[in-house]
Design a protein around this ligand. Structure first.
Ligand SMILES: Nc1ncnc2c1ncn2[C@@H]1O[C@H](COP(=O)(O)OS(=O)(=O)O)[C@@H](OP(=O)(O)O)[C@H]1O
Length: 913
């Protein structure tokens, strides 16, 4: 058993030591705490055995993307920080990549392609991206289309200006390529690259077997472009009809290779290619529209005589390229692009062919008299389902019912309700709320009663309800997550749900899933049919637009690019003109006619499990602020407000005077710190580790309700500073928070940490001298290297500060000189008040006085900090001091560079080193 688990006794011993050490280093180490830790480790150990033995962790460790691991390894200095997370947390704390989809930030409304905030220059802070997209203009609609295309498929990408510097392509230390594909939004811009940049890119492509996918844009002054070097002619600005694929091309996967599209093609901006070399082979053909009087009509009109997509096999220069004669707005091009991407990356993007489909019909029986289903509609739903089963054998509509509205409509609609219930066994049913109540307007017992009533209704009408899937009206309580909903769902055996609200409803392509307290929440899609969209004329643009959506437009593209689709529709969409039945039947037929995609309809829990095994990086939620979104505020309980959230966070690092700063700020009448936590004392440590998984309500409960508009809530958790996830998570929840960082001379900080650990009898530092800890080589035992890392890593200030600057604008970050905080706290506190806009301003000279005996400033009213802050210990030995001077030299230089770059004054100790 033990060998199966891959966890050795030695690892466990190290782990025990590490955990004890870590907790002691966090806060006071009490006997009670040690007992608690040993007990919880016992539990964790059992969990670990289970996880390892059964593969419950969705095979996540084994699936963990090797690129990501390599990137992580590369961005840490040697082994430093390699052991940041306890083993069992491995899969829980993986970086959530939402930021990548939202253009480096977590904000859904920043358009893709918009330049992200001036990023610091430190290479190892930039996460691995998979596709590098060269664009002419970051704000062009073309870039949006490309961005959506990648975002839907969870392909990490980075956009960069084709005219700018070529970004770093290879992770320096490990020789790991960052990108598996280069994309150009306009092939002409690639042809026009200067020799230096072109050879840089071509060399990269050749060395790492990376291909190029290029689109074309025809809105240019010259209609014909000739590349002598590539023996290639491009003719732009054409209108085409008909489209067919080259059956001889061997990379067709999504596309049906023998497809022939006989209709007109949209756009008059097509490009066609003429080639004079065997290195090329056509990918798709078309015919120039003879009626076209536009710019390029002097080309052959011959049936399928024009090449509209080209594969350059790289015989000339070793670089493989696929070039499309337009952008991705034409759905056939999008299919070709998908197949080309798989081909050009040797499948490294891992795009699946399966599409998992569930169609929910929310609000069965709910209100809306006049637009509800009649008996004939109910029968037609069964017929529609049967027609879909022809393509997807297990398919059923999923009906979310609110029994409290049964028979609420007109007599005809009442007969519809009765017929639905008679036909109940044909469908799948899931619990909504009895009277369609929104949980955020209820208390726990009413919420429970509503679910009970719905269950009683179902039993009475012999409706079999799936137990493991539930959705609430308006997604209330699912996201933003209300613990009351999760509490009740867990009790009832719900294991999955779906929402369109995470992290926000728009953009649709940005919706993601998360797991909260074991409940898997999968993103939902809308097919643009809502409660009031009941007749064709209600659809924006009418039936013509709906048909366009099905035949290659919005709806088709969703199927093309979204491997897991849970659609939201409503009862009224199946009555009246029965738009939903029409739309789904047609789109399914269209998809299966033109693609090799496989449509499947497994049960909801299976869909959810497959979703998270496909996207394990989404397992952990990234909590956002309900009050930052109008939609979320509507489904967030009034009394919870968002006032109980901090506006100021002291993020550390440890041993720089964070406690002194906390205590001094608490002496201000307008500044209220978080409440004491029984485990973490004055630190909540929410944004790192497991506390984060307790959810937003848990965090809010740690703050007092502010009673004065001038009150500023704040918290300090000194371990945030050097944690990789903290800046992103804090930014997601508190994008306007003021961040306070204290930097003191890093060797002094390290020495203070060592003595702090000794005072807590940490078993590692008790057995090793300071020098032995800081200079532990890579060959040293793991526990010693861990101690070394925890001692030194927070002092690599530039690395961490750069990460904070990736998220927070500089004006929101205050850097305090730790030495100044010790020697002249009054000035520091006065400055901090101005920085945080504290009202009223209080001159701290009346609140603090220097205590000779302590050797530090203390509060006049309550006295000095406890004896474990400002300890007396012998001066650092010369050997360690020399060693650390050398060790931190480059880090301090990096800090100087970073601070100069952002025009920030150096702390005195830095200026003097
Ligand atoms: N006014 C005042 N009183 C006491 N101590 C002061 C004060 N100002 C700064 N310091 C320095 O704070 C160091 C402890 O840092 P932290 O509070 O950040 O430590 S911890 O991370 O919370 O454990 C502590 O480190 P040691 O001297 O090693 O104990 C002090 O140097």
């Amino acid at each position: 058993m033990l060998s199966m688990t891959r966890v050795t006794i030695r690892q466990v011993a190290v782990w025990v030591l590490t955990l004890l050490g870590r907790v002691c280093s966090m806060k006071r180490c009490s006997l009670f705490k040690i007992v608690t830790i040993l007990f919880s480790m016992g539990l964790t150990w059992v969990t670990l055995l289970l996880i390892n033995a059964s593969g419950v962790a969705l095979g996540i460790r084994s699936k963990m993307n090797s690129d990501l691991m390599a990137a992580r390894a590369a961005r840490d200095v040697g082994d430093l920080a390699a052991n940041e997370q306890p083993l069992v947390d491995d899969y829980l704390v993986q970086d959530n990549p939402l930021g990548f989809y939202f253009n480096e930030k977590l904000h859904g409304n920043i358009p893709i392609g918009a330049p992200f905030q001036a990023a610091p220059k430190l290479d190892h802070q930039i996460p691995l991206k998979k596709v590098l997209v060269f664009v002419g203009d970051l704000g062009s609609p073309q870039v949006i289309v490309l961005g959506q295309f990648f975002a839907h498929q969870r392909i990490e990408y980075r956009t960069t200006l084709v005219t700018g510097d070529v970004p770093t392509l290879v992770l320096s230390d490990l020789n790991v390529p960052r990108y598996v594909l280069l994309v150009f939004d306009d092939y002409a811009s690639y042809l026009r690259l200067d020799a230096r940049r072109r050879s840089l890119l071509d060399d990269y492509c050749k060395k790492y077997k990376v291909g190029i996918l290029a689109l074309t844009q025809s809105k240019r002054s010259s209609e014909t472009e000739v590349s002598v070097e590539f023996k290639l002619k491009l003719q732009h600005g054409l209108k085409l009809k008909k489209f067919k694929l080259n059956t001889e091309v061997d990379f067709w996967r999504v596309a049906k290779r023998d497809m022939v599209w006989l209709e007109d093609l949209p756009s008059s901006d097509w490009t066609i290619f003429s080639v004079k070399h065997s290195t090329y082979r056509p990918v798709a053909f078309s015919t120039v529209d003879p009626t076209w009087r536009g710019s390029g009509t002097n080309v052959s009109k011959q049936e399928f005589g024009c090449v509209v997509a080209l594969h350059d096999r790289g015989l000339l220069d070793g670089v493989e390229r696929v070039i499309l004669g337009l952008d991705l707005s034409f759905w056939l091009n999008a299919i070709i692009a998908m197949d080309a991407m798989t081909y050009l990356t040797n499948g490294r993007l891992g795009l699946p062919l399966d599409r998992l489909l569930q169609i929910d019909i929310d609000d069965m029986f709910v209100g809306h008299t006049g637009i509800r289903t009649h008996a004939r509609d109910a029968e037609e739903m069964v017929a529609s389902q049967n027609r879909i089963r022809h393509y997807i054998p297990n398919f059923s509509y999923f009906l979310g019912f609110s029994g409290g509205w049964f028979l609420a409509g007109t007599p005809l609609e009442q007969s519809g309700d009765r017929r639905l219930v008679e036909l109940a066994e044909h469908f799948q049913w899931f619990n909504h709320m009895y009277r369609h109540e929104q949980p955020h307007t209820q208390n726990g017992s009413i919420f429970k009663l509503s679910l009970d009533n719905n269950t009683i209704f179902a039993e009475k009408h012999k409706i079999r309800v799936v137990k493991d899937y539930m959705v609430t009206p308006h997604h209330s309580g699912v996201y933003p997550a209300l613990e009351m909903v999760y509490d009740e769902w867990i009790k009832r055996g719900v294991v999955c749900s779906s929402t369109e609200e995470y992290p926000s409803i728009t953009p649709q392509w940005g919706r993601r899933g998360f797991i909260h307290r074991g409940i898997m929440v999968v993103p939902r899609q809308t097919c643009r049919l809502y409660t009031k969209t009941v007749n064709f004329e209600d659809y924006p643009g009418g039936k013509e637009q709906l048909d366009y959506s099905i035949r290659g437009g919005f709806l088709f593209n969703l199927f093309l690019s979204t491997p897991v689709m849970i659609f939201m529709t409503h009862m009224s969409n199946y009555a009246n003109d029965r738009l939903a039945m029409y739309a789904f039947e047609k789109v399914i037929e269209f998809v299966l006619t033109w693609t090799n995609l496989r449509l499947l309809s497994p049960p909801p829990a299976e869909i959810a499990r497959r979703y998270f095994s496909m996207y394990p990086q989404e397992i952990n939620p990234v909590w956002t602020n309900p009050c930052d979104s109008e939609k979320h505020r509507e489904i967030w309980p009034e009394e919870k407000s968002c006032r109980r959230l901090p506006k100021l966070i002291i993020v550390g690092p440890q041993k720089t005077g964070t406690t002194a700063l906390l205590r001094f700020l608490e002496a201000h009448p307008s500044l209220k710190s978080s409440k004491q936590d029984p485990v973490y004392f004055e630190e909540i440590q929410f944004f790192i580790g497991k506390n984060y998984l307790n959810g937003l309500e848990w965090y809010q409960e740690h703050f007092p309700e502010p009673n004065d508009p001038r009150t500023i809530l704040f918290e300090k958790s000194a371990n945030y500073f050097d944690n990789e996830l903290a800046p992103k998570r804090i930014y997601a929840l508190l994008p306007r928070a003021k961040i306070v960082i204290i930097v003191s001379e890093p060797a002094r900080r390290a020495y203070s940490w060592y003595h702090h650990m000794r005072s807590h009898d940490d078993p590692v530092v008790m057995n090793y001298t300071f020098f032995e800890v800081v200079s532990a080589p890579e060959t040293a035992p793991r526990f010693l290297r861990d101690a070394r890392n925890r001692c030194l890593k927070p002092g690599m200030y530039a690395v961490h500060l750069a990460r904070w600057l990736q998220f927070f604008p500089q004006q929101q970050i205050l850097l305090i000189d730790g030495d100044q905080l010790s020697k002249d706290p009054i000035t520091v506190l006065n400055n901090l008040q101005i920085f945080a806009g504290v009202q009223p301003f209080i001159d701290y000279s009346g609140k603090l006085e220097y205590q000779e005996e302590k050797g530090f400033y203390c509060l006049t009213e309550t006295g000095c900090l406890s004896s474990n802050k400002g300890r007396k210990y012998p001066p650092m030995d010369v050997e360690s001091s020399r060693y650390l001077d050398k060790f931190f030299k480059d880090h301090n230089t990096n800090l100087r560079t970073l601070l100069s770059d952002i025009n920030y004054p150096y702390p005195l100790w830095l200026a003097q080193t």
